[in-house]
Design a protein around this ligand. Structure first.
Ligand SMILES: [Zn+2]
Length: 349
């Protein structure tokens, strides 16, 4: 497997904001996306998506760490420890791979699929955690509504796993944690304090956080071990420390999820453009070409309806801020003469 480094070719943020970083240990998911633009259209490639994100959406960097092109080429735009934007509140814990194409209407090419499986395997081997999930965008919490990547992720997971067992990839030991010496009760110190604080955060009542491993702390540790379904022995070793860390992260994610349900401030809200309908498939195809010539990024998403009464309309990706969407709507009305409306991203098309 070859990975082509395109880090020098990714679009630069005009505002020069520094990328946000994470520890590799933060990565808990590898998320597959499709690009939602059809193969063969201009703009259906990894770097074009990144340009769309930065130049049109105004993000400081593009959405995905990797792109796997239809010809099977694997491109890497960002270091693994850079947080890219693809799953909202879950970005820190998620690494994004995009497969250019629109898998609602077409399948990934076999070269593309094979390369994406290989890349996923390679990442599972590179990344420190042993419990990394391979998921589709739609399977990330709060994204059930999103038809991405529109391929069978159970098959992907089977293919990834089969490959792993036959390829004999051996995972290195994961994290290096400093182990507090807590093998007998009544120990004191900051390690104990940290553990008491963690347990308190998780809702275990152990009285005062005093750095003394007394009977109450011992009871709390055992209660936690029981709930976490690990060995109940009152000993805080690697297994319990790992479970504590996971429980805290889960709690944090849940809090973030709750927060994400609150309405976004007006200037962060997303809007898209929806055209009127085109009379037939040919007119629609010509319309796609016209809009593509003018704004390659605009055909981020489009819909057709099959059946006895098909209709065809173009739906764009989303813009941050209604004024930005209005601007492009006006541009389309003026230059292409089409009927187009601005719609809130939460409304159905
Ligand atoms: Zn996606």
């Amino acid at each position: 497997m070859k990975i082509k480094n395109v880090r020098s070719q990714v679009p630069r943020d005009p505002r020069n904001r520094a990328p946000q970083k994470r520890n590799l240990n933060d990565i808990r998911r590898i998320v597959w996306h499709h690009g939602m633009t059809r193969r063969g259209l201009g703009g259906t490639n990894y770097l074009a998506y990144l340009r769309f994100h930065v130049n049109d959406n105004g993000w400081r960097l593009g959405g995905y760490t990797f792109g796997v092109e239809p010809n099977g080429e694997i491109l890497q735009g960002y270091d693994l420890d850079i947080i890219t934007y693809h799953v909202g509140n879950y970005n820190r814990h998620s690494l994004g791979i995009v497969l250019p194409g629109d898998f609602r209407y077409e399948d990934p090419t076999s070269a593309q699929y094979k390369a994406a499986v290989e890349l996923t395997n390679w990442l599972l081997d590179q990344l420190p955690r042993n419990d990394i999930e391979v998921v589709g965008h739609q399977e990330v919490p709060t994204y059930a509504w999103k038809n991405c990547p529109a391929i069978d992720m159970n098959k992907v997971r089977r293919d990834v796993r089969n490959k792993k067992s036959s390829g004999g990839i051996v995972k290195g030991t994961s994290t290096s944690v400093t182990l507090p010496q807590l093998i007998s009760p009544f120990m004191r110190g900051n390690d104990v304090k940290d553990i008491q604080a963690d347990l308190t955060k998780l809702g275990y009542d152990l009285g005062e956080v005093d750095g003394i491993f007394g009977p109450k702390t011992d009871a709390a540790v055992r209660a936690f071990q029981k709930n976490a379904k690990i060995t109940v022995d009152g000993i805080v070793g690697p297994q319990t420390l790992g479970a504590l860390k996971d429980a805290l992260e889960k709690k944090q994610e849940k809090a973030e999820e709750e927060k994400s349900k609150a309405p976004a401030p007006a200037d962060e809200e997303r809007w898209r453009l929806v055209t009127g309908t085109f009379s037939d498939a040919d007119t629609y195809a010509r319309a796609i070409r016209r809009i593509e010539n003018r704004h390659p990024w605009l055909i981020h998403e489009f819909s057709t309806k099959e059946g006895t009464n098909p209709y065809y309309r173009i739906v764009t990706g989303t813009f941050r801020g209604k004024n930005v969407a209005e601007f492009w709507a006006e541009d389309i009305r003026e230059n292409l003469g089409w009927n187009v409306r601005v719609q809130h991203a939460n409304d159905s098309i």
